[in-house]
Design a protein around this ligand. Structure first.
Ligand code: M6R
Length: 610
């Protein structure tokens, strides 16, 4: 959510900044801006709208200089306008700042500054910080930033420059990621290492409450008292993901990422399935077998799509490992203070590893002394670094705002974890071997499932004008229904609700009419007959039914208006296989509605504010 790129070195800064912002644009895209410096002058350019608007502005009015900072914004305080875009400056234009996060006490600070005569030019919380830094500035930017941050409540990842200290960048973080880059042409700051690909060769991740200073030749990281701290310098390659962030021949990242799933599932399982012992192995759990056997409860915490994967995880741990499990929205869990026993294991599930609520939930669990494990895609992200251990998805960069391949990889990883935990308990070698065989077959089955795309297109054309959709499933397909509904609403802006199919008669069935399609997830399984009864209840009320069902299922075909057949898999893998048509359905409907699939309105890829 919001992206920061800064550079100081021996080449023009603006192209570096624009290129870095292009890599981060999926994190926030309602406005963007940059500021560069020459001598004692700063050159500010900022524009509402997509990054292309800023690029046009810079082409028309070049921003010269070999140092600068830049930002792509997802608005929190103040609309998406030129004047609310970052960087923000103090009144004299001496200090400029870009900021990710939220200054929670900005209103108090703003009143104090206004009483001192400061006039504000934006509606943002960030501008407060620019004025505060200017207030403390006495020839030492680092010191001024430190003093200003001491007054701030909230979260920040910032990059700051001063007209009076050409070539110097100061950065700081608290709750919002910031990474320092080192390259042959100079030094960099960014909210994500991916922005520095092709420029920096090494990176240093800042921890919370650290502050850094860089110029073209040198860099230093300090704590909040400004003592120098040692920080590991690591090769950037390690953090650039296993995959390729280009769209290739696909029209959208989302479609590319949907089609990558046979490979991403294979990558999630590579080297982790152990036939001889009929179990799974993970390099980074950091749990002894004694600790593992002592676990008597599991909490899975996450947001959005990762939360839906968490529900599948809850069912998996209970079924395969017989360990009581529950899933909690991270945003609730972090403040709920539930009683948790000593032998509870907490999983934080996250694609980005930067989701603010999930990070806070993880920290709260750690503070209470629980072992926390991350299931995460982005290597080196805050959650990956702060958890006691974890499992990477190895799904490669997920750029489309709608999460697709991360979801199926999360479910696959959770299935392997449940297998592993189960094999330390009651799960027999025969059962373990069967699960391994089923998992091994999965990438090929998903490849085959992608063959449903032409059929999904037909269905999309028939229903895309509907204003409400219901997604219904039971057992493992209940979270799959939630995920299908989330996909549709976030990229097509059509209202959609996911429900356990049997819950309909307790209220939501009142919504059903001839204009409200219900997407039933009903491949063959233990509750198939029950779901068929639920489908009849919808049909009896003239509701159109789209059924994602087993290939060749005549019973479903006789009742549903439209069917999308998928291959049969064991029930615990059905959320993965049914995700394919649901992702494609959302994609095709969004295209027909003329929506920007990869950058849907109001959203950003990783939600680093509360
Ligand atoms: O990076 P995370 O998995 O922690 O992100 C959690 C949610 O913000 C994310 O899944 C969001 O719901 C997606 N836009 C869903 O497609």
């Amino acid at each position: 959510m919001c992206g920061i790129v800064g550079f100081t070195g021996r080449r023009e800064a603006a192209p570096v900044l624009l290129q870095g912002l292009a890599r981060l644009e999926y994190r926030g895209y309602d406005s963007s801006g940059l500021i560069t410096g020459t001598g004692d002058s700063l050159h500010l350019r900022k524009k509402a709208g997509r990054l292309a608007e800023l690029a046009k502005e810079v082409a028309a009015r070049p921003a010269p200089g070999c140092y600068g900072i830049s930002h792509t914004r997802w608005a929190t305080h103040g609309g998406a306008t030129d004047r609310n875009a970052h960087p923000h400056t103090d009144t004299a234009g001496d200090i400029a700042l870009v900021h990710n996060g939220v200054i929670e006490n900005y209103s108090t600070l703003k009143h104090q500054l206004q009483e001192d005569g400061v006039e504000f030019r934006s509606d943002t919380d960030t501008e407060v910080l620019a004025h505060l830094i200017a207030h403390y500035y006495d020839g030492d930017l680092l010191e001024a930033v430190k003093n200003a941050l001491a007054l701030v409540k909230g979260t920040y990842g910032i990059a700051v420059v001063s007209r009076k200290e050409p070539g110097v960048l100061v950065g700081a973080r608290l709750g919002s990621p910031l990474v320092l880059g080192i390259g042959p042409d100079g030094n960099y700051l960014a909210s994500d290492a991916s922005a520095l690909a092709g420029y920096a060769t090494q990176v240093v991740y800042l921890n919370d409450r650290q502050i850094c200073q860089l110029d073209p030749e040198a860099w230093v990281i300090r704590n909040q008292d400004l003592d120098t701290v040692d920080a590991p310098v690591q090769d950037i390659e390690h953090f650039l993901g296993d995959g390729d962030a280009d769209r290739g021949d696909f029209p959208h990242y989302m479609l590319k990422e949907i089609y990558e799933q046979p490979e991403t599932l294979a990558n999630a399982m590579r080297g982790r399935l152990d036939e001889p012992d009929a179990t799974a192995h993970f390099g980074g759990l950091n749990l002894t077998s004694h600790e593992l056997r002592q676990i008597d409860r599991i909490i899975l915490t996450a947001c959005g799509t990762s939360y839906h994967a968490g529900i599948v995880g809850e069912y998996l741990f209970e079924e395969l490992a017989r360990i009581p499990a529950e899933v909690e929205y991270a945003s609730e869990f972090r403040y709920r203070n539930p009683p948790i026993d000593r032998h509870t294991l907490v999983f934080a599930i996250t694609q980005s590893g930067e989701t603010a609520d999930t990070l806070a939930a993880l920290r709260e669990s750690k503070r209470m002394g629980h072992t926390t494990l991350a299931i995460c895609n982005v290597v080196g992200s805050s959650i990956a670094r702060e958890a006691c251990g974890g499992v990477y998805l190895h799904a490669g960069p997920e750029v489309g705002v709608a999460s697709t391949k991360a979801f199926t990889s999360q479910v696959a990883v959770l299935a392997m974890l449940a297998l592993y935990f189960g094999r330390t308990r009651h799960l027999s070698a025969t059962q373990g071997a069967r699960i391994i065989e089923e998992l091994r077959a999965l990438p090929e089955i998903v490849r085959k499932t992608l063959g449903c795309h032409p059929r999904v297109k037909e269905v999309a054309r028939k229903y895309y004008t509907a204003r409400n959709f219901l997604y219904l499933g039971r057992q493992y397909l209940y979270p799959a229904a939630l995920e299908g509904a989330l996909k549709l609403k976030e990229i097509s802006y059509i209202h959609a609700e996911g429900y356990p199919a049997a819950e309909m008669k307790h209220g939501p069935i009142a919504l059903v009419d001839e204009n409200t399609p219900s997407v039933f997830l009903c491949p063959k399984g233990s509750v198939f007959d029950k779901v068929m009864s639920n489908m009849q209840e919808i049909k009896a009320r003239r509701g159109p039914v789209i059924a994602v069902c087993s290939e060749g299922d005549r019973e479903v075909a006789a009742v549903a208006d439209d069917v999308i057949p998928v291959p049969d898999v064991p029930e615990y893998l059905q959320p993965i296989v049914t995700a394919i048509p649901l992702q494609l359905l959302a994609y095709e409907i969004a295209l027909l509605c003329g929506c920007d699939v990869d950058k849907p309105r109001n959203l950003a890829k990783s939600v680093t504010v509360e």
